[in-house]
Design a protein. Sequence first.
Length: 164
Amino acid sequence: MSIDHLETIKKNALPGKVFVGGDCVPNLWSDAKYLYDLWNKKKAKNKAPQRKDFTPQEMKQCLALIALHDISYDPLRSKVRLIGTGVVEATGMEATGWYVDEVQGTEFLLQRAKWIVENCCPMLCVDLPLIWSHLDYKHYDVLALPLIDEADRVAMIMYLAKYY
């Protein structure tokens, strides 16, 4: 599924751009670079790190713009576990506890999550239109990092956003 699904995601991201794996690095802003490097360090020789590998203290500089989504299988779903205050302020939505597939206009988010789960690989989306915010922000960038469980399945996705 990887290449065709990724091409569909890239096509649907217009006017935004989508980068995966190491291609994310040259396009990261400073907090995203910090989090990506931390994720890589915690990953070590594994497919990805686990949630328990991270502490709030080491992510302090970007916590306000982080969201954590729990992943469930059969069917594949994404549920907002935690949403930073900066995300709530930028979007005007407090979505903790919501299933993403129950929110209108999240089809592209679900496509991205599915690809990340199936490939256990970071994804960076740049210059995406922010269609669900009533505030002044019109675009956002988002870095998505998979987190695995003890069975090496993606159990969570950690998102870091930048709004403009």
